[in-house]
Design a protein. Structure first.
Length: 256
């Protein structure tokens, strides 16, 4: 089959699809968590709400993919990095208001991970010696651990592999699957202590589906085009992320 016929979705359409699931999944998840860790992975949520919560996990892989994609096509990597840093700081305010009772103040949002992922690519493609480039990539990865940004080194690792193996589809897929396998394995270990429930097994299976379907969107259906309104879409996605977290904060206070 001619794979080019499957490339029917542009960049912005993929982002809008992901944003739809992210918005509802996050809203249902955040409202169900309250101020304490969820019991049984949102077991009290209706099935249709839990479906949105689980499917929202397609969002991070797609965000990581478009950092690697944006690194190649952006006109100014410096401005790109500055934008990410600015919106990471902006997002941290509602993020903190939403999570500080649960995690304390030493936890940062995923845009910081995107920022350090981009810096890692800049370091790797620099003219420095190999050992210096490796050291800088490791430093960027370590920074996500130090500030406890969402997805931490897994995010940087995915971004790095999607870029480095851009022209090697098989190697890129192996790297992607390997990183997410390690992530799922590490996440799976704590669940083994008290015995697995049906919901936890179902949740893990959905995670695997999310990561693989996200990759399918990015590599099979994505046609490499921007979309009809690239400027509007670019700023919409930047603004939407902190805004939807702020909305969750407001809803929690109203419903509380």
């Amino acid at each position: 089959m001619d794979r080019s016929k499957l490339k029917i979705i542009d960049r912005d359409m993929i982002k809008y699809i992901i944003v739809f699931f992210m918005f509802w999944g996050h809203i249902f998840a955040w409202l169900s968590i309250g101020d304490t860790p969820p019991d049984g992975l949102f077991a009290d949520c209706p099935m249709w709400q839990r479906a949105f919560i689980e499917l929202s996990l397609m969002t991070p892989p797609v965000m990581f993919f478009f950092i690697a994609d944006g690194f190649k096509y952006t006109r100014s990597r410096k401005k790109y990095a500055i934008r990410l840093l600015i919106f990471a700081v902006i997002t941290q305010i509602p993020f903190y208001l939403l999570w500080y009772r649960l995690y304390g103040w030493w936890q940062t949002n995923v845009i910081f991970t995107l920022f350090f992922g981009l810096l890692a690519l800049c370091a790797w493609e620099s003219s420095l010696k190999l050992w210096q480039r490796i050291a800088l990539v490791a430093l960027c990865t370590g920074a996500t651990l130090a500030i406890k940004s969402e997805w931490m080194f897994f995010g940087v690792a995915v971004i790095f592999g999607l870029h480095v193996f851009r022209e090697k589809p098989k190697a890129r897929l192996i790297w992607y699957v390997s990183v997410w396998t390690v992530y799922n394995f590490i996440s799976f270990i704590p669940l083994l202590k008290d015995g697995l429930t049906a919901i936890e097994i179902e949740s893990t299976a959905v995670h695997v589906f999310d990561f693989l379907f996200a990759y399918f969107l990015m590599t099979v259906l994505y046609n490499g085009k921007k979309g009809r309104h690239p400027v509007f879409s670019k700023w919409f996605f930047y603004i939407f992320y902190p805004t939807h977290i702020l909305l969750a904060v407001i809803l929690k206070h109203i419903l509380k």
